[in-house]
Design a protein around this ligand. Structure first.
Ligand code: PMP
Length: 406
C-alpha cells in the first residue's frame, strides 16, 4: 500500500509551524513521536465528557472510563498477539516496565552468583535497572558485544551463557545504531539453555510487526509515546507463569485483594502490578494511537521509513568527513553520525536555529559512545510524517553549516 504522506501530515498540526521563522523539520521521532489529532481529540473528549477514576465502579463516568481503559488492554493484546489480556500490564513507560521486571524477576528468581546478559548497544533503561538488581542480589552482569558496523555478536552467546545465566536483556531495535536484532534467534538460543529473555521493544514497536508468541518472548516492553501515543504510558507484556511467581513491584490501591494489619493479599494479574491511579487519559488516548498505526499498517510505515533511511544515508555519505555509526543492512529509520573536526553539539545547535530538530549528545547510550570512543553524536530519526524534501533540506543545512564552521 502506498501511503499518502501529505494527507498523513495533516493529522500532525504541530509540524505545520515555523521555529525561528523557519519551517519546522522534526527529525527526532526516536526520542518521541508527534501525536496525531485523533489521539489529542480523544484526550480532550475524555476530559470533556466522561473522566472518572477507573475500577471503582462507583458511577456512570467511572464505568465508561473503565470500559475504555480496559478496551485498550484488549487492543494491545491483539496488537502484539499476547495469549491473554492479563499479560498486558500498564506502566508509565519502557523504563518503568524494565525496572518492574528487574525488581520483581530479581526478587523471585535471582540469587547470589547468578548472571544476567545485557547487550552493549542498550539504552541506559535496559542497563541500569539490571545493575541495581545485580548489586542488591549479588548477581553479575555480562556483556554481549557488537561489531563496529552495529551488528550484535550473537554467536558469542554460546560462550556467555552458562549454568548461572538467568536472563538476557536485549533491544529489538537499538536507539542509537538503528540495528534490528534477530531477537527470535536470541530467544531460541536462550530457551535451549533455560534462560529467559526480556526484549526492549521501545524502538521496534512502530517499525516491526511484533508477535510475542511467535518471538516466544518472556518479557516485551515498550512506550506509547514512541508510537504516536501519549507520554507517561508504557506496556509490559510478560509470560503468565513468570508474572504469577513475581512479587508486586509497588504497593497501594488496586494491586490488593484484601488489606488488614495482620497481612495483605494481592490482586490477580494484571492488577497486581498496577498500584495506584494510572494514567487513565493516556491509556485511553493510546487506543487511538494503536488504531492510527494499525490503519496505516506497520509494514507500510516501515517500508516508507526505510526509503527515507536509504535516501538520507546516501546523501549524508556525500558529505566529507561523515562518520555514520551503525551501517549494517538490518536497520530502522535512525542515523547516528558525526562530522570529522566539528563538535556534535555545534552541529545540532546550528541545525536547531535552521528549524531542524535532531538529537545530540550521548543518546542515553554511554556504552555505545564508549565503543566508538566518542563523547557525543548527532541522531536524525524518521517517522512516517517526514518527507524526502525534508531530508534534502536537512542535507543542505548540514552543507551550509559546514561552510560556516570551517
Ligand atoms: N529503550 C530504548 C531502546 C529507547 O529508545 C528508550 C527511549 N529513548 C527507552 C528504552 C526508554 O523509554 P522511556 O523513556 O519511554 O521509558
Amino acid at each position: 500500500m502506498t501511503l499518502d504522506i501529505a494527507r498523513i501530515r495533516k493529522d500532525f498540526p504541530i509540524l505545520e509551524q515555523k521555529v525561528y521563522n523557519k519551517p519546522l523539520i522534526y527529525l527526532d521521532s526516536a526520542a518521541s513521536s508527534q501525536k496525531p489529532v485523533q489521539v489529542l481529540k480523544k484526550e480532550e473528549q475524555l476530559h470533556l465528557e466522561y473522566y472518572g477514576n477507573i475500577h471503582r465502579g462507583a458511577h456512570f463516568l467511572a464505568d465508561k472510563a473503565t470500559n475504555d481503559y480496559e478496551a485498550v488492554r484488549d487492543q494491545l493484546k491483539g496488537f502484539i498477539n499476547a495469549p491473554a489480556r492479563e499479560q498486558i500490564i500498564f506502566t508509565k513507560g519502557t523504563t518503568e516496565s524494565i525496572n518492574l521486571v528487574a525488581f520483581s524477576f530479581g526478587e523471585a528468581f535471582i540469587k547470589e552468583g547468578d548472571e544476567i546478559i545485557v547487550s552493549e548497544m542498550e539504552h541506559h533503561a535496559n542497563i541500569v535497572p539490571w545493575q541495581m538488581m545485580a548489586q542488591r542480589k549479588g548477581a553479575k552482569i555480562r556483556v554481549l558485544p557488537f561489531e563496529d558496523n552495529g551488528r550484535l555478536m550473537i554467536e558469542k552467546l554460546n560462550e556467555l551463557i552458562n549454568s548461572k545465566t538467568k536472563l538476557i536483556a536485549v533491544c529489538q531495535v537499538a536507539n542509537t545504531l538503528g540495528t534490528i536484532n534477530p531477537v527470535k534467534d536470541i530467544i531460541t538460543k536462550a530457551h535451549a539453555k533455560g534462560v529467559k529473555v526480556l526484549v526492549d521493544g521501545a524502538q521496534a514497536i512502530n517499525h516491526l510487526v511484533v508477535d510475542v508468541q511467535d518471538l516466544d518472548a518472556d518479557f516485551y516492553v515498550f512506550s506509547a509515546h514512541k508510537m504516536f501515543g501519549p507520554n507517561g504510558v508504557g506496556v509490559l507484556y510478560g509470560r503468565k507463569e513468570l508474572l504469577d511467581e513475581m512479587p508486586p513491584y509497588q504497593g497501594g490501591g488496586e494491586m490488593i485483594s484484601e488489606v488488614s494489619f495482620e497481612g495483605t493479599t494481592y490482586n490477580e494479574l494484571p492488577y497486581k502490578f498496577e498500584a495506584g491511579t494510572p494514567h487513565i487519559t493516556g491509556v485511553i488516548a493510546f487506543g487511538e494511537a494503536i488504531r492510527y498505526l494499525t490503519d496505516l499498517g506497520v509494514e507500510a510505515v516501515a517500508e516508507y521509513e526505510h526509503q527515507l533511511l536509504t535516501y538520507a544515508t546516501e546523501k549524508l555519505l556525500e558529505i566529507p568527513g561523515m562518520i555514520i555509526y551503525g551501517t549494517q543492512e538490518q536497520k530502522s529509520g535512525v542515523i547516528t553520525f558525526n562530522i570529522e573536526g566539528i563538535h556534535s553539539f555545534d552541529i545540532s545547535t546550528m541545525l536547531d536555529k535552521m528549524g531542524i530538530a535532531v538529537r545530540s549528545g550521548r543518546l542515553c547510550a554511554d556504552t555505545v559512545m564508549q565503543h566508538y570512543g566518542v563523547s557525543g553524536t548527532i541522531r536524525a530519526s524518521f517517522a512516517v510524517y517526514n518527507t524526502l524534501e525534508e531530508i534534502d533540506q536537512f542535507i543542505a543545512a548540514l552543507k551550509k553549516l559546514m561552510v560556516m564552521l570551517s
